[in-house]
Design a protein around this ligand. Structure first.
Ligand code: SIN
Length: 528
């Protein structure tokens, strides 16, 4: 069996993981482990930009307010303050690494507008290809000094004496490989592939969340899954994202009979928070009506939105006609592995950054273009923490699980079946009956979901196990939260309830199912 040791192992190669690798590699030995090509990540696909307070007319307090209003006041205020205050500093840091943000002829940043932002504060690089610009630049830097192990699937964390000391993986030849490090960082992204229509890369199947859960780390807020209102649709299937920046430039949502969809629905109209817009579109789509983005008022659309133009061309949609067919799709999980602002999880030695983590900055609904910002801000916080950490001596020790490999003989569901359950029963509009129906289905797989046991499975089967685990946690958490808030909407509890504002739904394998605690009562035990 191949065994590697290092100071830091980073699992995942999106913006957060790459940024952490870049910053840590001057001080520590780092290895990146990633399940497909390094270029495959949600960050690479990100069309939005980075929200940052750059303009003299803007203020971190305004960005803070927009973030917590979109998050339905459920955000961690401390973490959110840190996020928005670091914006301008992190943009400078990215520029020092060679990233060029779009500027006008006078050399001023071109600042875009997206849903629920009261000010224009979104920076782009390469128009609507910001994610690609950022990640490609970081990949070219990181490749020079960090070993990247691609096509290596992380399947379980190795825990010894309540400390995470490594990651068990299988390589492309289905051979087990073990990685040991003083610091294990999850940067695996979210779980969009649990749903049939999603903006996420095909590799984004909730793996980091499932690994952390099985290892005994605490997860929080899993009921909050954001649906982006405007996924391009072709033959009822998702065909890529149409950035909210398109509405920021004046596009309007219209029904098939030409009516303005968001008229009189919200004071911000087409730029209302995503959960509000997604539910309005969902109502129409579930009545078998079509919804379009009317882009006729946008001059030089192709130049401004080259990625959207390409996606439309690939899908055979003629943007010259000015109407792009859209529907909502799973986009971002606000919940995840609970961390403090430095990325520490409740399990010693284990860290999480980016979408896999739950720092509390997004509350019940993420504000547009705050996710790339989150990735770089918390990667920076994490890097500083690890660089200054008092280090334990690393004692690689074979995972006890490996010595007791079990076979799992029951048939597993397909990805499509999981996606159908999540889309039909745990989607944009939830009912108690539907959630219970999904729970009964997940019960069939409970032994696999609730077990720390290492099973001998193929890569594909490990992915299915992870999808089942995360789907179950989202469903159980959604049943637990008896109110509607942000992205979590239940027909049986259609309103927000003050009592739930301070309640968090946590998930821990050690407690066998979700449990709620008041934020105030919760005593954090983040230790290194
Ligand atoms: C978008 O461009 O609409 C997506 C950006 C984001 O989700 O932050």
């Amino acid at each position: 069996m191949n065994v590697y040791t290092s100071d830091v192992i980073i699992v995942g190669s999106g913006l957060a993981g790459l940024m952490a690798a870049e910053l840590l590699s001057f001080h520590k030995n780092v290895i990146i482990v990633t399940k497909s090509e390094i270029e495959h990540s949600n960050s690479m696909l990100a069309q939005g930009g980075i929200a940052a307070v750059i303009d003299n007319e803007d203020d971190w307090r305004d960005h803070f307010l927009d973030t917590i209003r979109a998050g339905c006041y459920y955000n961690s205020e401390d973490a959110t303050e840190l996020l928005v205050k670091q914006g301008a500093y992190m943009i400078e840091k990215l520029e020092a690494l060679g990233i060029q943000f779009d500027k006008n002829k006078d050399g001023k940043y071109v600042l875009g507008q997206e849903g629920a932002h009261m000010k224009r504060r979104i920076l782009h690089a390469g128009g609507d290809a910001t994610g690609k610009e950022l990640t490609s630049k970081l990949i070219s830097r990181v490749k020079q000094h960090v070993p990247i192990h691609a096509h290596v699937d992380a399947i379980d964390l190795i825990v010894d004496n309540n400390r995470c000391i490594g990651v068990m993986c299988i390589d492309e030849n289905q051979q087990v490989v073990q990685y040991f490090a003083k610091h294990i960082v999850l940067a695996t992204g979210g779980a969009g592939q649990l749903y049939s229509v999603t903006s996420n890369d095909s590799s984004i199947t909730g793996d980091g969340m499932a690994l952390a859960y099985r290892a005994g780390a605490r997860l929080a807020d899993m009921e909050f899954v954001q649906f982006h209102p405007t996924m391009l649709v072709k033959d009822e299937k998702g065909a890529g994202l149409v950035s909210e920046a398109v509405r920021g430039e004046g596009a309007r949502l219209v029904t098939e009979d030409g009516k303005l969809l968001m008229e009189d629905k919200h004071e911000l109209g087409d730029l209302a928070p995503r959960d509000v817009v997604a539910r309005e579109i969902y109502q129409k789509v579930s009545q078998k009506q079509k919804v379009f983005l009317d882009i006729r008022s946008i001059k030089h659309f192709e130049k401004k939105f080259p990625s959207v133009t390409n996606l439309c061309r690939k899908a055979g949609i003629h943007i010259e006609k000015g109407l792009i067919p859209i529907a909502p799709g799973a986009h971002f999980v606000m919940g995840g592995v609970e961390t403090n602002a430095q990325g520490r999880t409740s399990l010693n030695g284990l860290y999480a950054i980016g979408e896999v983590a739950n720092t509390g900055v997004h509350g019940a609904n993420r504000l547009a273009s705050n996710s790339l910002l989150e990735g770089i801000v918390f990667a920076n916080e994490l890097a500083q923490t690890i660089v200054h950490a008092k280090e334990n001596v690393l004692k690689p020790r074979m995972s006890p699980n490996v010595s007791s490999i079990k076979n799992y003989s029951h048939p597993l569901p397909t990805k499509n079946e999981i996606q159908a359950i999540m889309s039909n029963y745990v989607g944009i509009v939830r009912t108690k009956e539907n959630l219970l129906q999904a729970m009964r289905w997940y019960e069939l797989y409970k032994p696999l979901i609730q077990s720390k046991q290492y099973y001998e499975l193929t890569s594909e089967e490990h992915t299915i196990r992870n999808m089942l685990t995360v789907g179950y946690l989202i469903t159980a958490s959604a049943l637990c939260r008896k109110e509607s808030r942000g992205s979590h909407f239940r027909t049986d509890f259609p309103l927000s309830n003050e009592c739930w504002l301070n309640q968090t739904v946590y998930c821990s394998i050690n407690k066998n199912g979700p449990f709620t605690l008041s934020k105030k009562d919760f005593v954090s035990n983040f230790v290194i």
